[in-house]
Design a protein around this ligand. Structure first.
Ligand code: APR
Length: 243
């Protein structure tokens, strides 16, 4: 990491961090574009994470999410998540925007989180969008909505669906007014989230990428670090505030 970056982050007042599946990789959550393993190896996420897939075979899609929910509940946040909690405590206006549905940022202690793609720990009605406070894992699969009897589904954004009302607008407003934009562990392939660092670039923010692999953002970022976020982010926090 460079002295210039350390100095810029120390003096920054408005910072936004956009995270993707890569930040949870070191917690043991496979990224989206990793091959699936075990029982689910023969399916592609793109073929399960759609309203059409659920309408065709609700049980299959529910069980895929139940399996993923159990996996994320059995792992813990890693030093990358905790470093973002430290940043939130120290930066006057810090906004965390995540594409992840795994709830690990909240469990790490981040407070102000914009979840662009929902949260796998919540469930809502496929028919009327009501959030379900309780649902039984036993019995009928998928369970039914207590209000209307419709099928319950995970409260996540599927391919072809709109983002939660206001979430992208808030993230865009934060991107357009930030001093620094951190893009962490995302392949920068899925829009509209992938457009956010470019909006920040256009308004003159310093854009920093943390990813072991190059992405379409890499050539445009001011700094691009080929490193796992669980190592890089704690080192950055320590260089900026703890030395
Ligand atoms: N630290 C940082 N980045 C990492 C690490 C790590 N330890 N390990 C892997 N990565 C990077 C990969 O190089 C890759 O660029 O994380 C990225 C993960 O990319 P994707 O799996 O495409 O995940 P993401 O960008 O979050 O996907 C966006 O696509 O499928 C949809 O809705 C889903 O939210 C998801 C969206």
């Amino acid at each position: 990491m460079t002295a210039e970056l350390v100095e810029r982050l120390r003096s920054a007042r408005r910072v936004i961090a956009l995270t993707g599946a890569g930040i949870s990789a070191e917690s043991g959550v496979p990224t989206f574009r990793d091959a699936q393993t075990g029982l689910w190896a023969k399916y592609r996420p793109e073929d399960l994470a759609t309203p059409e897939a659920f309408a065709r075979d609700p049980r299959l899609v529910w069980e895929w999410y139940a399996w993923r929910r159990e996996r994320v509940q059995n792992v813990v946040p890693n030093p990358g998540h905790f470093a973002l909690v430290e940043m939130e405590r120290r930066i006057p206006e810090f906004t965390l925007v995540t594409q992840n549905v795994d709830d690990l940022h909240r469990r790490a202690g981040s407070k102000r989180i914009i979840e662009l793609h929902g949260n796998i720990t919540r469930v809502k009605c496929f028919e009327n969008n009501h959030l379900a406070a309780h649902w039984g894992e036993q019995g009928q699969i998928p369970p039914r909505c207590a209000e209307c009897g419709g099928l319950l589904r995970p409260d996540v954004v599927w391919f072809g669906e709109n983002l939660p009302a206001g979430a992208f607008e808030q993230a865009l407003a934060a991107s357009e007014t930030c001093d620094m934009f951190l893009s962490i562990g995302t392949s920068s392939l899925v829009y509209p989230a992938a457009s956010l660092p470019f909006a920040a670039l256009e308004r003159g923010a310093t854009v920093v990428e943390v990813n072991p692999n190059a992405t379409s953002l890499t050539p445009r970022a001011h700094h691009s670090f080929r490193a796992p976020s669980g190592e890089f982010l704690p080192a950055l926090v320590s260089a900026v505030w703890l030395r």
